[in-house]
Design a protein around this ligand. Structure first.
Ligand SMILES: NC(=O)c1ccc[n+]([C@@H]2O[C@H](COP(=O)([O-])OP(=O)(O)OC[C@H]3O[C@@H](n4cnc5c(N)ncnc54)[C@H](OP(=O)(O)O)[C@@H]3O)[C@@H](O)[C@H]2O)c1
Length: 301
């Protein structure tokens, strides 16, 4: 008997990494925007209610346009808060557990050290506030739910910092890269592997178990954006000098949504409760860069 997972999101970077890791014992039914628009909470409820046999629901979809959210708060809240609420209520009604993916951007960045799950939140922008509202909605309405906060995701899929650096590193004479924001860069693939490795356990876990609730997952090690860019170039082009780079402060790139300077997640609960210690971020980063370079070389050949 295989494990039956309903996944919101089919095209995003995390969604695709989850789909890549399907095994014989795991069936994932992934819903794209065309299947269910998350701005429609009733459609979300129906999708969970009518899903047939169900062992776990994963929400890997979100409104992720951090700056655009400042001018589209209603849509951001609909997708990031009201849709997760509908999922949580529908999961509770049918006794299915829920994994809701969230973000380090619920924190203000003012702390001088890593953020633990129970640290005070203080989002700096609409996106962070909408994701926080989604966290609360899930935890208030489903007693078998994990809210998994991740940070600085990278992947060979989709638009992310790693992809942007590889593109700009080939086109810009001098790359200005922010050097005062720090966090734990995290491979979407490692997040996906963790979630799927826990799926059988979560499917049978009762309400009240220690596993439920807020949980931080990030690869080990902290970096600034500048240090991450250096690692990307070293992995992509080991035999040639890296592109010229200039470290700049966050204030050099004014954005509608203010960025937190410190987004480091403390992942000790992950070790204590799940016995999982994520590997250093440079390992999956090198793997992802190699995958992209290899795919590009095959396109050229
Ligand atoms: N990326 C990061 O650095 C980062 C950091 C921390 C936390 N997170 C969190 O991690 C999770 C996964 O992020 P990601 O980077 O994989 O996101 P992503 O690549 O931007 O993908 C977002 C997904 O959500 C879908 N979506 C957006 N609006 C929708 C709607 N109205 N109806 C249905 N689907 C909709 C998108 O579908 P379309 O393709 O149709 O637009 C896409 O599949 C999210 O919860 C995000 O908040 C991300």
């Amino acid at each position: 008997m295989s494990l039956k997972i309903l996944q919101f999101g089919a095209t995003g970077q995390l969604a695709r990494e989850l789909l890549d890791r399907r095994t014989d014992g795991v069936e994932i039914r992934a819903l794209s925007r065309a299947d269910v628009d998350l701005a429609d909470a009733d459609a979300v409820s129906r999708a969970v209610g009518e899903a047939g046999e169900l062992d776990l629901v994963i929400n890997a979809a979100a409104y992720t346009a951090v700056d655009k959210a400042e001018s589209e708060p209603d849509l951001a809240y609909a997708v990031n808060a009201r849709a997760p609420r509908a999922m949580a209520c529908a999961c509770q009604a049918r006794g299915a557990p829920l994994v809701q993916v969230s973000t380090d951007m619920v924190f203000s960045g003012a702390k001088d050290g890593a953020y633990a799950e129970d640290d005070p939140v203080g989002p700096l922008h609409v996106y962070g506030a909408s994701k926080l509202a989604g966290e609360d909605a899930v935890l208030d309405n489903c007693d078998r739910a994990i809210v998994l906060r991740v940070s600085w995701l990278f992947s060979a899929y989709g638009q992310n910092f790693l992809q942007a650096m590889l593109r700009l590193g080939q086109t810009q004479p001098v790359l200005k890269v922010v050097a005062d924001q720090r966090a734990r860069p995290t491979a979407s693939g490692d997040v996906a592997a963790f979630v799927l490795s826990q799926a059988p356990r979560l499917a049978g876990l009762p309400a009240g178990a220690a596993e439920w609730g807020l949980l931080h997952f990030a690869n080990a090690g902290v970096a600034t954006r500048f240090e991450m860019a250096e690692a990307i170039f070293a992995a992509a082009w080991p035999d040639r000098p890296p592109p010229a780079m200039e470290p700049v402060p966050t204030s050099a790139f004014p954005t509608p949504a203010r960025r937190a300077l410190n987004a480091e997640l403390d992942c000790s609960r992950l070790g204590a409760v799940f016995g999982v210690e994520p590997r250093p971020w440079r390992e999956p980063l090198a793997e992802v860069v190699a995958k992209i370079v290899d795919a590009n070389n095959r396109k050229v050949a």
